[in-house]
Design a protein around this ligand. Structure first.
Ligand code: KIV
Ligand code: ZN
Length: 513
C-alpha cells in the first residue's frame, strides 16, 4: 500500500489563539502549552509575535529555549524591525521559522495599508529576502488571500518563492470562503504558479461561518500539505480551524485523504484540557473529539448497538484521542517522587527545589481533603502555585461567608493590596455575589463581570471546583481562574486573578492592525 504523504501540523494556539479576547497567556503558561504540543509531536509551533511587546518577545524566546523537537516559529509583519525581533527571539538553534505577512486583498491594500499592489509586492519580496538572512525556513502569508484577486496572488507568490519563501500560507483571514471555492483557489494557485513545486502550500482558515475545518480539508484535497490550526479552535473572533478536528478527520478518513499527520493523537484530550484551563475558555460539551459528550451515548438504541459492536455508532475510539488515558490516580500516600514524575509526564517542570516543595505541600493539603487526585487536579494545583508566584498586587488573606436559609448571605474579606491589609464585608444575592461585592468595595476597579462559570474538575462532591471569570474594562477583556475544594474560595481566587491581570499594564500591539 502507498505510504500517505506527510501533512504538516502548524499550531498557532500561542499566537492566533492568544488573539481571542481574554485569552492572553503568561510566558510560563505558553511554555507549558508548547511542551504539551511538543509531546503531541506538532511539527511547527507558532509561539507569538515578538514585535508586539516585550512580554511577547520573552515568551517566544522562552518557548524557543524549551522546545527541542519540532520547529518554533515567530510572526512578523513584512517590516525589517519585526523580522529582526523575531530572529532575536527565536535565537540560533535550528529549526526555527520566521513567518512574515502582508495583506493582498484590494480592501486591505487600499483601506488598511494605503499601498499600491506593486508596492505590496515589492515589500513582500524584500521581507522574505530579509528573513532568509536569519533562517532558511521562511513562511509567507498574503493576508486576506481568501478575498484577494487570484491573478495578483499568483504574481506575489511566484515572486516570494523566487525570493526564498519555503512555505506559502493562504489565509482566509475573515472566514469568508466556502469549501468548494477555497479548494479551487488552492488548486488554481498550485497549478498556475510556475515555481509552486519549490514551496509547501499551507492554509490558515478562520471560523466566522463555521467553515474553518471544512475549508482547510478542502484545501488539503487540492494539494495543501500544511494546515494551521489551534487547540479547541481558539483564535481571533470565532477562532481558527480546530487541530483536533482536522487531525482526526484526516486520520479517520484515510480512504479519502492522500496524506496523514505524524501526531500522537492520544495527547489531544490532555492538551485540550490544558489550553482550556490556562485560558479559562471552557470546551462546549458537544464539541467534536474533546467535548465531554463527544463519545457519550444517551439513546438506548445507540447504547445497545455500541455494547454489541462499538463500530455501530462509533467512528473513533475515545481512548485513542486521550480520553481516560493519563488518568493515574494519586492520593495522600503518594510520594514526592511520584508527584514530580507524574507532573513531568504532564509537561510540567519546576525551576527550583523550592517550587517543587511548595507545589508538593499544596498537593498534600489537597490529598487530605480529597481521596483521589487526578491529572486535572495536579494541573490545577500547579496553575495555582504559578499564580501565587506571579507577584500579584492583590492577595486573598481571609474570607468568611455566612449563608443560611432565610438570611441574606454575608461575606467578610481581608485582602492585602500593595502590601497593605484591607478588610470589609458585603451582602449579596448568594455567597459568591456577596464575596464579589466585598472585593469590589475594596478595589473599586471600575470593571464589569461578563462571565462567571464554575465546574467540578473531576467527579465527586470532594472535587476541586474550577472557576473562570471574565471581566471587562474600557474594551479590555481579561480572564481569571481559581481552583479550590471550596467553590466560594475558588470564586474569590478567580476574581482576584483577573483583578491582578487588570492591574498589570498591557502594552501589546495587534499584528493585523
Ligand atoms: O488570519 C490571518 O490572516 C493571520 C495571518 C497573520 C496569517 O493570522
Ligand atoms: Zn489568523
Amino acid at each position: 500500500m502507498k505510504k500517505p504523504e506527510k501533512l504538516i501540523i502548524f499550531d498557532t494556539t500561542l499566537r492566533d489563539g492568544e488573539q481571542s479576547p481574554g485569552a492572553s497567556m503568561t510566558r510560563d503558561e505558553k511554555v507549558r502549552i508548547a511542551r504539551a504540543l511538543e509531546r503531541m509531536r506538532v511539527d511547527v509551533i507558532e509561539a507569538g509575535f515578538p514585535a508586539a511587546s516585550v512580554g511577547d518577545f520573552e515568551a517566544v524566546k522562552a518557548v524557543s529555549d524549551a522546545v527541542t523537537e519540532g520547529t518554533v516559529c515567530a510572526l512578523a509583519r513584512a517590516l525589517d524591525r519585526d523580522i529582526e525581533r523575531s530572529a532575536q527571539a527565536l535565537g540560533k538553534q535550528a529549526p526555527r521559522r520566521i513567518h512574515t505577512f502582508i495583506a493582498t486583498s484590494p480592501i486591505h491594500m487600499e483601506k488598511k495599508l494605503r499601498m499600491s499592489a506593486d508596492d505590496v509586492l515589492a515589500q513582500a519580496v524584500h521581507a522574505v529576502k530579509y528573513a532568509r538572512q536569519f533562517t532558511d525556513d521562511v513562511e509567507f502569508s498574503p493576508e486576506d488571500a481568501g478575498r484577494s484577486e487570484s491573478d495578483f496572488l499568483c504574481r506575489v507568490i511566484e515572486a516570494v518563492i523566487a525570493a526564498g519563501a519555503t512555505t506559502i500560507n493562504i489565509p482566509d483571514t475573515v472566514g469568508y470562503n466556502i469549501p468548494g471555492q477555497f479548494g479551487s483557489l488552492l488548486r488554481e494557485l498550485i497549478d498556475r504558479i510556475p515555481n509552486a513545486d519549490k514551496a509547501i502550500f499551507s492554509v490558515h482558515c478562520h471560523n466566522d461561518l463555521g467553515l474553518a475545518v471544512a475549508n482547510s480539508l478542502s484545501a488539503v484535497l487540492s494539494g495543501a500539505r500544511q494546515v494551521e490550526c489551534t487547540i479547541n479552535g481558539l483564535g481571533e473572533r470565532a477562532g481558527n480551524a480546530a487541530l483536533e478536528e482536522l487531525v482526526m478527520a484526516v486520520r479517520t478518513r484515510q480512504d479519502v485523504f492522500p496524506c496523514d499527520t505524524t501526531l500522537d493523537v492520544s495527547q489531544i484530550v490532555p492538551c485540550s484540557r490544558l489550553v482550556s484551563s490556562v485560558t479559562g475558555f471552557a470546551v462546549q460539551p458537544n464539541k467534536s473529539i474533546v467535548g465531554v459528550n463527544a463519545f457519550a451515548h444517551e439513546s438506548g438504541i445507540h447504547q445497545d448497538g455500541v455494547l454489541k459492536s462499538r463500530e455501530t455508532y462509533e467512528i473513533m475510539r475515545a481512548e485513542d484521542v486521550g480520553w481516560s488515558a493519563n488518568r493515574m490516580v494519586m492520593g495522600k500516600h503518594s510520594g514526592r517522587n511520584a508527584f514530580r514524575t507524574r507532573l513531568a509526564e504532564l509537561g510540567v517542570s519546576f525551576d527550583s527545589e523550592e517550587a517543587v516543595n511548595e507545589a508538593f505541600s499544596r498537593f498534600k493539603t489537597l490529598a487530605d481533603k480529597k481521596h483521589e487526585i487526578y491529572d486535572e487536579d495536579l494541573i490545577a494545583l500547579v496553575t495555582e502555585s504559578e499564580l501565587a508566584e506571579g507577584h500579584e498586587r492583590v492577595k486573598l488573606l481571609s474570607l468568611r461567608v455566612c449563608s443560611e436559609t432565610g438570611e441574606t448571605p454575608l461575606a467578610k474579606i481581608t485582602l492585602s493590596y500593595d502590601g497593605e491589609e484591607k478588610s470589609t464585608s458585603a451582602n449579596g444575592g448568594g455567597p459568591v455575589d456577596a464575596t464579589y461585592r466585598a472585593i469590589d468595595k475594596l478595589l473599586n476597579s471600575g470593571s464589569h463581570l461578563q462571565l462567571y462559570s464554575v465546574k467540578a474538575i473531576t467527579s465527586g462532591t470532594d472535587s476541586l471546583g474550577e472557576v473562570s471569570v471574565r471581566i471587562e474594562k474600557e474594551g479590555r477583556i481579561i480572564n481569571g481562574q481559581g481552583a479550590d475544594t471550596d467553590i466560594v474560595i475558588a470564586s474569590a481566587k478567580a476574581y482576584l486573578h483577573a483583578m491582578n491581570r487588570l492591574l498589570a499594564p498591557e502594552l501589546r500591539s495587534h499584528p493585523q492592525v
